[in-house]
Design a protein around this ligand. Structure first.
Ligand SMILES: [Zn+2]
Ligand SMILES: [Zn+2]
Length: 159
């Protein structure tokens, strides 16, 4: 499934450890909730890439962790503030993914399925934006380029 793009991707524990180190630098303790959210986001990298707060909450409960949805939101906000995670809006909800390797997104607007676009695939768009005075590299903001469309499955089903 990942022939060309795998060189970008470091292993799941490496990603989590790097994120934990960054949190510690920022003075945040590694709570169970923070650690579990990071684990889930690192696991998601090889599938959808991003998860919604509701999906994360559900997965945490399935792991036997009793956390409030508001805690999940708070942890995600902290990760975004530190630049560890970034967001992509899909429909009315916002999805979260690890931001440790530079990438952009192609999203199915119907089912929310997502693929990562390598940074160099959209470099020209970002350069053009910068030339127009829009800085696409603002940390903590919804990232870069999002291409919305319809995935193969949704196209087959019809709308
Ligand atoms: Zn992403
Ligand atoms: Zn779809």
């Amino acid at each position: 499934m990942c022939a060309e793009e795998c060189w970008l991707i470091t292993s799941e524990p490496d990603r989590v450890n790097a994120a934990v180190a960054r949190m510690r630098q920022a003075g945040l303790r590694t709570t169970t909730a923070r650690r579990a959210v990071l684990d889930l986001l690192a696991q998601a990298v090889v599938s959808r890439g991003h998860l919604t707060p509701a999906q994360l909450h559900h997965a945490l409960l399935a792991r036997g962790l009793t956390v409030e949805l508001s805690t999940v939101h708070r942890v995600l906000r902290q990760l975004v503030d530190l630049g560890i995670a970034h967001t992509v809006p899909v429909g009315r909800t916002v999805t979260f993914g690890l931001a440790d390797d530079p990438h952009h997104h192609a999203v199915c607007r119907q089912c929310g399925d997502m693929r990562q676009l390598p940074a160099d695939a959209v470099a020209a768009s970002l350069t053009a934006a910068r030339a127009l005075g829009i800085d696409p590299d603002t940390p903590g903001q919804p990232t870069g380029v999002v291409v919305y469309g319809d995935c193969a499955t949704c196209r087959q089903v019809g709308h």
